[in-house]
Write a protein that binds this ligand. Structure first.
Ligand code: PTJ
Length: 253
């Protein structure tokens, strides 16, 4: 039961914080996850805490890409698990993706807790927790180098929400198509990705689910067309200009 008063003008933002803090207390989220969220909130404030049309375009392209993929995988860290566990499971089912726990601040205990939490939200199989299947990807210096042979290592498309730039770059170098969700359009992750969704994960995941329901009925040619039309650099630059315009308008009062 939420402790946030319903009538509070920033109720939604406070509820999201509450989910993250609960996740921290129950061992899903690291302290650094709380600061990362604060950074995201600052960008979201500039975006007007709404999904821009540029993010919607990226969402459409991302879902098309995942539906066309042969071995798509969704990478889950502590923040992602705490904020959108059920949505991750639903999206994975709709696009036929595997779910893999992959942590920046590696910890066996937290991996297990996240996998269990995803299972209580309906996940049947969670990769990334069984050492028998663990392997490493090159050029990543953090704990994120550990991946599952059946999951990220074998994937052709990886969705990496709230990720660090190192692994995003490493995954693209490995020839994988990378989809990021990151509120910072300037981050190395957003720039390295093939598709970057500049939006809060709490809004973009429900929208991805809705989009997947619609696009899964469409022919492959239509999905290919959506994907080919998308230009990540142009879309990121447009997102930045959108933020600049908002700041300019606000500064005029
Ligand atoms: O659970 P772990 O150990 O894997 O750690 C997770 C964190 C998030 C701590 C780790 O991945 C990390 O340190 O990430 P970074 O490098 O701080 O990057 C997180 C990015 O996500 C930043 O660019 C934030 O602006 C962005 N971000 C934060 N909250 C959200 C977000 N983007 C979308 N939605 C959010 N709610």
């Amino acid at each position: 039961m939420s402790r946030v008063p319903k009538a509070h003008p920033r109720a939604e933002s406070l509820r999201v914080r509450e989910r993250l803090v609960d996740g921290f207390k129950s061992g899903l989220v690291v302290p650094e996850g709380l600061t990362a969220h604060g950074r995201g909130e600052a960008f979201d404030y500039i975006l007007g805490e709404r999904t821009s049309k540029f993010a919607r375009r990226a969402i459409e392209a991302a879902v098309a890409e995942m539906l066309l993929a042969e071995r798509p995988v969704i990478s889950v860290n502590g923040n992602v698990a705490a904020l959108v566990p059920a949505e991750i499971v639903t999206l994975a089912r709709l696009v036929g993706a595997k779910v893999e726990v992959n942590l920046f601040h590696g910890s066996k205990k937290r991996e297990m807790a996240i996998a269990k939490y995803l299972r209580t939200h309906g996940a049947r199989e969670v990769h990334g927790v069984d050492l028998k299947f663990a392997t490493q990807i090159p050029e990543v210096n953090s704990d994120r180098q550990k991946v599952d042979r059946r999951g990220i290592a074998a994937s052709d498309v990886v969705l990496i929400p709230l990720e660090d730039g190192d692994r995003a770059e490493a995954l693209t170098k490995l020839g994988k198509r990378v989809i990021a969700i990151d509120l910072n359009p300037m981050s190395r992750t957003s720039r390295a990705a093939d598709i970057a969704i500049v939006d809060s994960i709490t809004r973009s995941l429900p929208l991805m689910i809705k989009t997947a329901k619609g696009l899964s009925q469409k022919p492959r040619e239509k999905l290919q067309k959506i994907m080919k039309k998308f230009d990540n650099n142009a879309n990121l630059n447009a997102s930045l200009r959108f933020m600049l315009e908002r700041l300019e308008n606000l500064s005029r009062g």
